[in-house]
Ligand binder design. Structure first.
Ligand code: ZN
Ligand code: ZN
Length: 128
């Protein structure tokens, strides 16, 4: 009687002692899976962030190039000498100066730089 009642708890205890091991193993596996998933997620997000940063830097560079410093030298940025706004688009002949946009070039008879009479205007495409 007393042996029966003492044997049951010991068996249960033995079973309980076995179970934590299994659970622990399972938990470890689960943790490994979760951590690997988290690592994958972080890696992907880091990759995305790098791509986003690159895109932003590209955009910034493009904007900077378009502005080309309002505090920079005059005429150095390749702007029309008359309207100071449009890019250089025509070369004056025969003096050869490239200092006007197409709009202003059409309106002008003398070169604003050397005042030579303009006989012809040529379209130019600056690659800066
Ligand atoms: Zn102009
Ligand atoms: Zn000229």
């Amino acid at each position: 009687m007393s042996g029966d009642s003492s044997a049951a708890p010991s068996a249960a205890a033995r079973k309980a002692a076995h179970q934590p091991g299994f659970f622990r193993r399972f938990l470890e596996l689960l943790l490994l899976l979760v951590s690997s998933l988290a690592a994958l997620f972080f890696f992907k997000s880091a990759e995305d962030a790098a791509a986003e940063k690159k895109r932003l830097e590209d955009e910034l560079r493009r904007v900077r190039r378009r502005r080309r410093g309002p505090s920079g030298g005059s005429g150095d940025g390749g702007k029309c000498a008359v309207c100071m706004d449009n890019p250089l688009e025509v070369a004056l002949e025969p003096c050869g100066h490239v200092c006007l946009c197409r709009d202003c070039g059409a309106r002008i008879d003398a070169c604003p730089v050397c005042r030579a009479k303009v006989e012809q205007k040529k379209d130019v495409f600056l690659s800066t």
